[in-house]
Design a protein around this ligand. Structure first.
Ligand SMILES: [Zn+2]
Length: 1038
């Protein structure tokens, strides 16, 4: 599963330009909280305001804005009407012609009403008649002093499903469906109860038989227990051990509008709205589509049939075996039986999409299904082509063939996640799979590619071998995230994703989060269904991936690969826990004569939160001996005493530390040292007077490294003299470590700033990217300070020369150059962003010229890769008319990605009235999509002129915001951290604490993280701000 992820704020252009896509982000999950280094929107700062814009033109545009607003209003009114019509059309489903499926056509009570929300649960229980737990049943268990099996968070273990026969009828005209499920059960322990998951459905009939033909077992009663989302069948006698029974349930339910379970969405084709139904079962929503044992461990085989109108087609995990047509225009598709699999990977869809097809060397049929206009335009061809190549890549890498006869990729207009790896039927939101090469930027292509690589990895890690329980979700997600980089390297060998981009996008990013005292271990215990969403966070994805990369590196990539092959072969079609993986990998190491207890090593990294900082000190008394010590890295050292566990000296890791020794022209080959104590002495042979030490070669380890000042100085000298002696990834690593060590107080503030002095010679993208991400939070700590200009001036000096060398891009990127120019274009973008944000005059003029050209010609000739920078710079520098112009363009554009960067540009204004106006408009769902409103508030908070406005707005509107986003955990925590992360005065800290005392609603974890972050900010300013400015003053006068 891929979370709705923004790799970086950039201006991708999406191929689909239809209005309801904009609604896609409604209810989808946003970035997880606290990503401090999320790429910066440029924040120009200048005194040269009011660069004139042609007033007359603007007048003309004002008229068009009015016209446009009028048209928009009418369109909105019309679409509201349309929704009303379709809702009103929710009559009872057609009752005729349902011959083959019993009970197929009953309207579930409550159909036509909005789907049940928690507050409606009570009503629902009543509406669904007599399906509440019967008190006497509970009393009996109380007498036995046991918890009734249906009240426990996990299903009781006495039954095991072997096979499901599931027959569905989908009524797309009123969004209901009916089903009959027959579950073949094996009895492990005798019991009168059958407890299985079922949620938000109406059950019509329940039968239990010893086998399908005879031997009925009488059902005493049955009831729902909504707290644990189960359905309980009480029998009049016990099911006998080792016998097999058949449980038949006939039910019906809504095809929901809420993007979970079996849900609906729509798109417009030739002016006509068309609907589709599709499923999202991960992690706990299969139970909304059919009664089932909805825990990953209950793998079973499934045989699915879907009956639908012949104007639609249906898809599921397996290919259609036969289709039976009826005279009245209905058809039933019978799909082949699946292999053993978990319920949450089951999927189906009912739609009228078309497809294109390709076949892999091993004969797997790959199809991409999408709306017919997209297929016709060829927007799915890129994805189809790389999918074929990637299946071949994974089959070769894992030495396990793809397990199903086909793989369908389904591009849907709405989905709660970027994509979901259902076995044989993976579902993608359109923006993460459709691509039109003529209008897509490189970064958009990269996003699409990585999402596909991720989901395909899951066909093995997840679908074929499934984690036993959700605490190990990081295993499958960590693997898929790590392989995004490995698989992309296979497709684009020159991009060096695994060696380079992994560092800034994964490692550096998650170390920010995991460096908080309030972090959590990557492996998290979880029981309740409602808590399971919580485990899908950036720690699971990114720390998981970083740990796997460290493991692959200390094992050696070929042994690691062999180990994975064994693991998949041993556990295919089954479940595995992390220890199964560790054992298999240890055995693989043993075979090549190495002995490392991988479980022992990895448990320290997966069960303890946080990560260590290693300090390497030269020993002044003994030559060639160094002292290596470890401690847990935290940003706020003061947070330690508050949490005794943090001060606990038992916080230790076994660290695979690689070390190299370098001198002016040469670096020794690395050696690996296992560090497992608080402090250790090690002998380093070739250590001479002028040589420096470098730890964590190529930053393959999940930890930071600090040195004595003398060694830092030697490294800085080396970078200035000849930086290429140190590898690109180590240059990026040194930069990220130095800035973060300084921020947490482990290192003097000037060291990171001295490191980037060699940047006039740095021609590689990665070190620039690392620096820009590390500078961003520092900038936010200083941007309201009196002496800010000194800092600004210093950064500009480091950027100026490379900015001059690289110049600006043109808009006609030759696509055949994508491979060659990727690094160069990314570098240029990064340098321009820094130049414009910190106020390089030429950069500002260039941005203003481009904006003026757009306004006067009404043709947007701004290069795709720098649009967001230009828009933001323009809004910040130029007068209110430009803001109005961008506002109008925001309304008129239909491309979702363009809309987003236009909206974000509006937050760059220096004008507090405009910022306030924008904040107030952001809560109007008809103007700003719910999901985007969060970004507006967060971006205003990043603007030094708007930080207090956003913070005030957030507190005043908390009730509304919490009601809107409260259930989407990700969004709420993104909002809380986004608004608070750059607060840094005592007053703001007090305000935050007071607010928390009085607030209502969820997000407690986010607020405790916010307090820790703001405390660390305040502390940093108190202790280090003056030190930094003093050094900057001195440095600028020399
Ligand atoms: Zn995933």
């Amino acid at each position: 599963m891929d979370l709705e992820e923004k790799r970086e704020k950039r201006p991708p252009v999406t191929p689909m330009m239809i209005e309801e896509e904009a609604a896609l982000r409604n209810g989808s999950r946003g970035l997880p909280p606290g990503s401090w280094a999320e790429a910066a929107g440029p924040r120009p700062r200048t005194t040269e305001r009011h660069i004139a814009v042609h007033k007359r033109l603007v007048l003309g545009f004002a008229v068009s804005i009015l016209a446009l607003l009028a048209v928009t209003m009418i369109a909105v009114l019309l679409s509201v009407r349309f929704e009303e019509c379709s809702a009103a059309a929710d009559g009872p489903p057609r009752a005729s012609g349902n011959g083959s499926l019993p009970g197929a056509a009953r309207q579930p009570p409550g159909a036509g009403q909005p789907p049940g929300r928690p507050e409606q649960e009570e009503e629902e229980k009543e509406a669904r008649g007599g399906e509440v737990v019967e008190e006497e049943e509970e009393e009996e268990w109380q007498r036995r002093r046991e918890l009734p099996p249906w009240t426990r968070p996990r299903l009781p273990r006495h039954l095991r499903p072997l096979h499901y026969n599931l027959m569905l009828s989908a009524f797309m005209e009123n969004f209901t469906f009916s089903g009959e499920v027959n579950v073949q059960l094996e009895v492990l322990n005798a019991s009168r109860y059958i407890v299985l998951h079922a949620h938000r459905m109406h059950i019509e009939a329940v039968r239990v038989a010893e086998d399908k033909l005879a031997g009925g077992v009488r059902v005493d009663r049955s009831f729902f227990y909504p707290q644990t989302q189960v359905f309980v069948v009480v029998l009049n006698r016990s099911l006998e051990v080792q016998k097999s029974y058949n449980l038949k349930i006939i039910y019906n339910a809504l095809i929901e509008n809420e993007l979970l379970g079996f849900f609906r969405s729509s798109y417009v084709l030739h002016g006509e709205r068309r609907f589709l139904g599709v499923t999202q079962f991960s992690p706990t929503h299969a139970r909304k589509a059919f009664p089932c044992f909805d825990e990953p461990i209950y793998k079973a085989t499934f045989k699915i049939s879907i009956r639908h109108q012949a104007t639609y087609l249906s898809l599921s995990n397996m290919p259609v075996e036969t289709s039976v047509f009826e005279e009245d225009g209905w058809v039933t598709d019978h799909f082949s039986q699946t292999p053993l699999m978990s319920t949450y990977y089951l999927a189906w869809a009912v739609c009228n999409f078309t497809y294109r097809e390709t076949v892999t060397k091993s004969g797997v049929v790959v199809r991409l299904y999408a709306r017919p206009d997209a297929i016709r335009r060829g927007s799915g061809d890129y994805a189809l082509n790389i999918t074929r190549r990637l299946i071949e890549f994974y089959e070769d890498y894992f030495k396990v063939p793809y397990s199903l006869p086909k793989l369908d990729l389904l591009a849907v207009p709405k989905h709660p996640y970027a994509a979901m790896e259902n076995w044989g039927l993976s579902v993608f939101v359109e923006q993460r799979i459709l691509l039109d090469p003529s209008i897509s930027s490189i970064s958009y292509l990269l996003d699409v590619t990585m999402v596909i690589v991720h989901e395909l990895c899951h066909q093995w890690f997840g679908d074929l071998v499934t984690p036993v329980w959700w605490e190990d979700v990081w295993l499958k997600e960590g693997f898929a995230h790590y392989f995004e980089f490995v698989g992309t390297d296979y497709l684009y060998p020159g991009w060096n994703m695994e060696k380079q981009r992994f560092l800034t996008d994964v490692l550096h990013e998650v170390m920010l989060l995991d460096g908080l005292a309030s972090s959590h271990p990557v492996s998290q215990e979880v029981q309740q269904a409602t808590d399971i969403d919580r485990v899908f966070d950036w720690i699971a994805y990114k720390k998981g991936a970083a740990l796997i990369r460290m493991l692959a590196n200390f094992m050696g990539h070929s042994v690691f690969q062999m180990g994975l092959q064994d693991y998949l072969t041993i556990h295919k079609y089954g479940n595995a826990a992390r220890n199964d993986l560790w054992n298999t990998l240890s055995k693989a190491l043993k075979r090549v004569g190495k002995s490392v207890n991988i479980q022992q090593v990895m448990d320290q990294w997966t069960l303890q939160m946080g990560y260590p900082v290693i300090t390497i000190l030269g020993n002044e008394t003994t030559d060639n001996v160094i002292v290596i010590s470890q401690e847990r890295f935290v940003y706020d050292i003061d947070a330690k005493p508050k949490d005794p566990a943090l001060g606990d000296s038992s916080y230790l890791w076994q660290i695979p530390l690689t070390i190299a020794v370098g001198n002016t022209s040469h670096i020794s080959s690395e050696a690996i040292i296992w560090v497992s104590n608080k402090s250790e002495h090690h002998r380093i042979p070739a250590l001479e007077e002028a040589s420096w030490l470098l730890g964590n070669i190529n930053q393959t380890g999940y930890f930071r490294v600090n040195y004595d000042i003398r060694n830092w100085r030697l490294i800085i000298n080396q970078l200035t003299r000849n930086h290429e002696v140190i590898s690109v990834s180590n240059r990026a690593g040194l930069i990220d470590d130095a800035f973060n060590l300084a921020r947490a107080g482990y290192l003097p503030q000037n060291i990171p700033l001295e490191i980037i002095r060699y940047f006039s010679e740095e021609k590689d993208f990665l070190p620039w990217h690392a620096a820009s991400r590390a500078l961003y939070p520092l900038d936010k700590l200083l941007d309201r300070a009196e002496n800010y200009n000194i800092f600004n001036e210093y950064i500009l000096r480091q950027v100026a020369s490379m900015y001059l060398k690289l110049g600006w891009p043109t808009n006609n990127l030759n696509k055949s150059l994508v491979q060659a120019s990727y690094q160069h274009e990314e570098l240029r973008r990064e340098v321009i962003m820094l130049a414009c944000s910190f106020g390089n005059k030429h950069c500002h003029q260039q941005a203003a010229t481009l904006i003026s050209d757009w306004i006067s010609s009404n043709r947007n000739r701004i290069p795709l890769n720098v649009r967001d920078i230009v828009y933001c710079t323009g809004v910040s520098l130029m007068d209110e008319d430009v803001w109005e112009f961008i506002w109008m363009k925001f309304h008129s554009t239909t491309a979702v990605s363009e809309k987003k960067i236009l909206l974000e540009a509006l937050t760059c204004s220096d004008d507090r009235n405009l910022l306030n106006r924008l904040l107030n408009l952001s809560l109007n769902s008809e103007v700003v999509l719910d999901q985007d409103a969060i970004d507006v508030i967060i971006h205003v908070a990043r603007n030094p002129h708007g930080r207090d406005l956003a913070w005030k707005f957030f507190r005043e509107k908390w009730k509304i915001l919490n009601a809107r986003y409260g259930e989407a955990l990700f969004m709420n925590s993104k909002l809380v951290s986004g608004v608070t992360e750059f607060l840094n005065t005592e007053e703001e800290l007090r305000e935050l604490k007071n607010f928390i005392k009085s607030y209502e609603g969820g997000a407690a974890v986010s607020f405790s993280r916010a307090v820790e972050t703001v405390e660390a900010n305040v502390r940093w300013k108190k202790l280090y701000k003056e030190e930094l400015f003093q050094w900057l003053r001195k440095s600028l006068t020399h």
